[in-house]
Design a protein around this ligand. Structure first.
Ligand SMILES: NC(=O)C1=CN([C@@H]2O[C@H](COP(=O)(O)OP(=O)(O)OC[C@H]3O[C@@H](n4cnc5c(N)ncnc54)[C@H](O)[C@@H]3O)[C@@H](O)[C@H]2O)C=CC1
Ligand SMILES: O=C(O)C(=O)COP(=O)(O)O
Length: 528
């Protein structure tokens, strides 16, 4: 088997490359390239490991013809076009916790630096001045800190600020009252936060909702003398308005680790503004955090490329280490059932339902549904996988329903996939033998027991003596070897189904001959 190839395109702790190699991947570390250079190179790789410098645009993804997974050694993924990656079937993962303490500590460091004007005082002192009277600071104790975004980093900042005896208030539409109490913060709306906070610190992702969240209007309407820290993303604050507010004294100080455009232009309007300090996107830059995220991203990417394990993915249901071994045979079964129904059902299919019965009902349904859709959507495209199948299904207007039956039926675990056709509903169902061997047990209402693999021949016929012999003779005369032979029928003498696994693909000529065999109603070559 050829080894998966991984490109590390941003500076990363060397542990990442080591882990990739140990886990059976070929790895290249090529950083600092232009977008054009990356586009020229990316087609060679199965995996891409990045930080915030590499921009994974539509053009990069179009050129990434072999790419299966992108791993962000860090948290923010606004540098990746995730909807387009999803449409292309590329998994996007991040490392959601590896640098959160480090980034929270940077926000606290910047808060102290603002309160005591440390960077300026340091520069002037080292320049030979002794500006003891020019740097009157403020205490943090008893001041109010306003958190915008109270997720992982925001909550660490809150705990540190509470330790500094600050009062912490938070604006986050997804923060529950219970969680706010647990964190020791007061949940408020954004206007209240800005009217009460002495310091404001931002910890949200950059999204359409959060872009420009500190707009000119909000900055001008905030409590006079507020101090602002942004270790999240440029684009959250109106930079031109911030400069005006610093100059007017409306904002008493601002510390930015991130800019709308990085690196910012040499003549960025904020440079030189009063009480403005900045760092070059250093929030995650500690030895500890960089080792954490490098190890984690390499483990996650290698696990996906080598074993199909999915951890911390942003566009596909994750499979935890505990559930992955249990779910994998179900996903194989689900994909085969989706593929079977997709190959057999005719016409414009607008509805698919996925029922899980018995033990299957207890499992995480999302990966199972994604696997059914991956199999099913192959009737429309060869490049479908679990990542893009749900998107493609939505694009085609396919209505997907999921049903759980806790009770067991004839099998202790079962998945049934049904599509609505012009002739009515058509179902196939399968189970696992010995917990890990997928088996088809029902096809369009007829009980059968068959493996679904490789090349297969599906025939619906009248249940009459001599039929099996005639088909066997035809295949033998055509030089096609039969692997397994499975039969099912509605009732004796009624409609019957024959499902054969074959050692090679059927030719159109053999199919045409099979259609002529007496008693045959339907013939279809299947491939899994
Ligand atoms: N400067 C740096 O080097 C680093 C920056 N970051 C940035 O920090 C951000 C936050 O990271 P985490 O706390 O780990 O993410 P998280 O996902 O744990 O928390 C984000 C919080 O923002 C909240 N949120 C979403 N929309 C909001 C809105 N419209 N208004 C207010 N709150 C909203 C969410 O509910 C969530 O609680 C990342 O997205 C990343 O952009 C992260 C690491 C390093
Ligand atoms: O993890 C994040 O979101 C960060 O912003 C860290 O960025 P970096 O990996 O230091 O370029």
């Amino acid at each position: 088997m050829t080894k998966p190839r991984v490109l590390i395109s941003d500076k990363m702790d060397p542990n990442a490359a080591r882990i990739f190699e140990e886990r059976g991947c070929d790895v290249d570390v090529i950083t600092g390239e232009t977008p054009e250079q990356l586009i020229a190179r990316i087609g060679d790789y199965d995996g891409l490991a990045i930080r915030s410098s590499t921009k994974v645009t539509k053009a990069v993804l179009d050129a990434a013809t072999n790419l299966k997974v992108i791993g962000r050694a860090g948290i923010g993924v606004d540098n990746v076009d995730i909807p387009y990656a999803s449409a292309k079937g590329v998994v996007v993962m991040n490392t959601p916790f590896g640098n959160s303490i480090t980034t929270a500590e940077h926000a606290i460091a910047l808060m102290f630096a603002l309160a005591r004007q440390i960077p300026d005082a340091n520069a002037q002192t080292q320049a030979g001045l002794w500006p003891k009277s020019g740097f009157m600071g403020v205490e943090l104790t008893n001041k109010t800190l306003g958190l915008i975004g109270a997720g992982n980093i925001g909550s660490i900042v809150a705990s540190r600020a509470l330790g500094l005896r600050m009062k912490v208030i938070a604006y986050d539409p997804f923060l529950t009252e219970d969680r706010a109490v647990e964190m020791g913060v007061e949940k408020v709306d954004l206007d209240t936060l800005l009217s009460r906070a002495d310091f404001v610190t931002l910890h949200t992702p950059l999204t359409d909702e959060t872009r420009n969240i500190l707009s000119r209007e909000r900055l001008e309407g905030a409590k006079k003398g507020i101090r602002i820290i942004n270790c999240a993303r440029g684009g959250l604050i109106d930079e031109a308005a911030l400069k005006d507010c610093l100059e007017s004294g409306q904002v008493a100080g601002a510390a930015l680790d991130v800019f709308e455009t990085e690196p910012p232009a040499k003549d960025h309007p904020l440079f030189g503004a009063p009480n403005f300090i900045c760092t070059p996107h250093l929030g995650a830059s500690t030895t500890e955090a960089q080792v954490n995220v490098a190890l984690q991203v390499a483990e996650q990417l290698a696990d996906y490329l080598v074993n199909g394990g999915v951890t911390n993915a942003l566009n596909v249901p994750s499979l935890s280490a505990e559930e992955a071994p249990k779910l994998r045979p179900y996903m194989a079964l689900a994909e085969k059932l989706g593929s079977l129904v997709g190959q057999l059902a005719h016409g414009n299919l607008t509805h698919i339902s996925i029922e899980r019965e018995g033990a299957a009902a207890e499992l995480n349904g999302k990966p199972i549904t994604a696997a059914v859709l991956a199999g099913f959507m192959r009737r429309y495209s060869d490049t479908v996988n679990m990542v893009n199948a749900p998107f493609l299904a939505k694009e085609r207007g396919l209505d997907v329903s999921e049903i759980r039956h806790e009770r067991e039926g004839a099998f202790n675990t079962l998945i049934r996939v049904t599509v609505e056709t012009a002739q009515g509903p058509r179902s196939v169902a399968g189970t696992l033998f010995g917990n890990d061997a997928p088996r088809l047990v029902e096809i369009f209402g007829i009980g059968i027991e068959a493996e679904l693999a490789g090349h297969m021949l599906y025939i619906v016929n009248d249940d009459k003596p001599g039929f099996i012999g005639r088909i066997g003779t035809l295949l033998g005369a055509s030089g096609i070897n039969i692997g397994t032979f499975n039969l099912g029928r509605r009732e004796a003498g009624g409609e019957a189904v024959l499902l054969l696994s074959l050692d090679e693909a059927l030719t159109p000529e053999v199919i045409a001959e099979a259609e002529k065999v007496e008693g045959v109603k339907t013939v279809k070559a299947l491939a899994f």
